[in-house]
Write a new protein. Structure first.
Length: 94
């Protein structure tokens, strides 16, 4: 079996229209070894690009999955929801 450290996913960059599509929720039936393997490879791809966060849509998957590393702690967020929204708008370019 190939080590996840040698794996990396292809990144989709803006202004690719794919990034504007709505992602689908991860169904409870999808939780398991395959989802764990996907998020492990997403984390490794993020590290390979010296990033701090990566969404599934950025690797060509229309699923509500986000991986991040905050203060040296890996986070995997499935089906995130916005529960509070301010009117402030911040424009920036990554």
């Amino acid at each position: 079996m190939e080590d996840n450290q040698s794996k990396s996913l292809q990144i989709v960059y803006g202004p690719d229209a794919f990034l504007n599509q709505r992602s689908l929720e991860v169904d409870a039936s999808e939780f398991g070894d395959n989802l764990k393997a996907l998020t492990d490879v997403m984390l490794q791809s993020m590290r390979n690009m010296n990033g701090v966060g990566l969404a599934a849509v950025q690797v060509g998957l229309l699923k509500k999955i986000l991986v991040a590393n905050i203060e040296d702690r890996d986070l995997v967020i499935i089906n995130p929801m916005v529960i509070n929204l301010s009117s402030e708008v911040v424009n920036s370019q990554e």
